[in-house]
Design a protein around this ligand. Structure first.
Ligand SMILES: [Zn+2]
Ligand SMILES: [Zn+2]
Length: 258
């Protein structure tokens, strides 16, 4: 099996002493590539170092909506600079999180819009983090329609209709461990209806460990369980699901695998 974990936080301090082992497990499980997402622009050094030192780790940079209140003009300039790094393949994760509301919603929207504008200007793919905020998110995305938007709705949790509209806008939909959760009937229904050509896989590790590992520290190797779940929903082999989603990710993020 050949897999691409499109959303990891290996830079998280929880992995500090575990990285050699986790990277070994990742390789053994057939997870050939991953993207480490630096979601707090005040600390991006570990992501930078991981992606510089490991051929199989790519990077994304962006200010997560949780930290929107700490976002500054200077960071926007720094972000533009991060986008020029050789291993950087996306801007994100950016978006709106009305579940936790760690930053005021108007501040989240401003932070989101400014980074989105930068991504459009630089023509880089965007990694979207949207939680309980699809109404406002889609309004913002509709306002930039026709301007070459590309990217992925990470850890998707919305409806089929919203997923459809996202795909029509040129976006991919990514599923992680939550696809395996026992209560996730609606999400599985959505995933079963989407064309696999627009679907990506991710772990979002160290969070969201899939069944049967819930509650444990999640790691890229566990993406195999998500691939198996997606395959089951589409009546295909896990190998095929892995291969299709791998190809999708490579295309979206413009990665040369020769
Ligand atoms: Zn996220
Ligand atoms: Zn994340």
């Amino acid at each position: 099996m050949k897999l691409f974990d499109t959303h990891v936080h290996l830079s998280d301090a929880k992995f500090q002493d575990l990285r050699p082992q986790v990277l070994g497990n990742m390789k053994a499980a057939g997870v050939e590539l991953c993207i480490d997402v630096a979601c707090d622009l005040r600390k991006v050094q570990v992501t930078r170092k991981l992606s510089d030192e490991n051929a199989n780790i790519y990077a994304a940079y962006g200010m997560h909506p949780h930290y929107a209140e700490a976002f500054t003009e200077k960071m926007l300039t720094e972000l533009a600079e991060h986008m020029t790094h050789e291993k950087c393949v996306a801007l994100g994760e950016i978006g709106l999180d009305y579940h936790y509301d760690f930053s005021p919603r108007d501040v989240q929207r401003k932070c989101f819009r400014e980074q989105l504008e930068l991504a459009l200007a630089l023509k880089v793919p965007v990694i979207f983090h949207i939680r309980e905020a699809f109404g406002d998110c889609m309004e913002i995305l509709r306002s930039v329609r026709g301007r070459g938007l590309c990217g992925v709705m990470h850890c998707y949790s919305g409806s089929y209709e919203v997923a459809r509209e996202c795909m029509d806008m040129g976006l991919y939909i990514a599923f992680g461990g939550s696809l395996t959760f026992s209560g996730a009937h609606n999400l599985r229904e959505v995933a079963a209806k989407l064309p696999l050509e627009r679907v990506l896989l991710e772990t979002d590790c160290p969070y969201l460990a899939p069944v049967p590992l819930r509650g444990k520290l999640n790691e890229p190797a566990n993406i195999v369980y998500v691939a198996q779940q997606l395959a089951k929903l589409h009546g295909i082999s896990a190998d095929d699901a892995a291969q299709i989603t791998f190809k999708n990710a490579v295309e979206l993020f413009g990665i040369n695998t020769d």
